[in-house]
Design a protein around this ligand. Sequence first.
Ligand code: ADP
Length: 489
Amino acid sequence: SPLSGLKDPTLLKTDAYIGGKWVGGKTRFAVTDPATGAHLADVADLGAKDTETAIAAANQAWPQWRTQTAKERSIVLRKWYDLLMAHQDDLGRIMTAEQGKPLAEAKGEVAYAASFVEWFAEEAKRVNGEVLPQFDNNRRLLVMKAPVGVCAAITPWNFPLAMITRKVAPALAAGCTVVIKPAELTPLTALAAVELAIRAGIPAGVINIITADAENSVAVGKVLCASDVVRHLSFTGSTEVGRILMAQSAPTVKKLSLELGGNAPFLVFDDADIDSAVEGAFASKYRNAGQTCVCTNRFYVQEGVYDEFVTKFAAKVQATKVGNGFDADVTQGPLIEDAAIAKVQRHLDDAVSKGGRVVTGGHQLKQLGSGQFFEPTVLADASADMLVAKQETFGPLAPVFKFKTEQEAIAAANDTEFGLASYFYTRDVGRIFRVGEALEYGMVGINVGILATEHVPFGGVKQSGIGREGSHFGIDDYVEIKYMCIGDV
Ligand code: ADP
């Protein structure tokens, strides 16, 4: 088993953790390796009742946690960061085993995930209030920042660790307590992180994690949304599920942070540095086998450089080594599940039937391991009537559209209900500002293909979500603004 080589085998937890106790539950669900189909572990399958218990535990732990000084909370978070980094190799192994991304990429995610804990350990000390000028000399006007309370975090499988720390670290820093519901496909990384949080000294009840299979996840979600003790819900995942959670949260008027789907455009103008655009395109498209919400979904290339871009991009893509993420030279692992393969195939077939031309790739690699592998694919002559223009493929398929004018490219880029990440390449300074401001996206990468890091605000507009994660803005969703008007008696 890929998990037999852990330096610290006690990081491998398969129970949920509620109110300071590991909880086995009555039934369990299997976690498998997407590269081989091999069985990895059976994890506690909890439901509605356990969720109530976890919410109660978080609520009970809250008063003590929120009255610790910011510095005390900061010290514990910093210890958690140190432990995450000290166990980077093991966490990376667990992640590759259950998620599939190449080991180097998995270790990179561990460092990225840990960086949020480090950042918010620092930010914990900077949740400052304000004193406002008085409207009457007998009063003083204070603006306080108070933790919102018990927070719920529902997280996806594509970043099994970073999507947890990006929510949990600011919540804990602000003085909130949390109930985490990790993705059923990748609970082992999440449980290992919680084990390290315990070792760091995060008190019982402050961090709780409910593991559940797909069906029970729905039930757990309902309880988290319906609870009036849970004041805030943070979710990263599909827009479809985001809408459900938002509707379910309406009766309790819950605060929401939603990081949902994207349909990222990547524009290459005639004046771009094409080699650099190809590098950026590759990084943006194929990271995590195309399974990130900021992965480019649509490439728009101006007609003067279209052929050159397609040729160079295809050549770059051909150097990818697809296989098991534990093999040293592999740069693209499996897709997460059969349904993911089916979606890539559906989008590809649809595009080809509408005149798309496969330049490289185009096939599922059925003979490899579990068979859940798909060749990195570049498709030229893409058009607006194709599924790839409208839907997030979430796989290694790169459709390349041709455009003539800047206006046309901007209109096409914005023609979507999504608004998470966007990218463009140009060396014209005027165009940088014009296009950068015209793109209706929460994030714009200009002459870069990768833009996320812990101290920048990550998030989308339109139906890509609500709120920002990371950066000093990332703590805002976890604090209430309280105004105190003090009279002179
Ligand atoms: P993805 O598109 O990343 O597969 P989903 O949006 O389906 O993601 O799932 C992301 C997370 O949301 C997972 O933890 C999953 O268990 C959870 N989830 C899916 N459906 C629901 C639901 N109806 N209620 C609550 N949680 C859900």
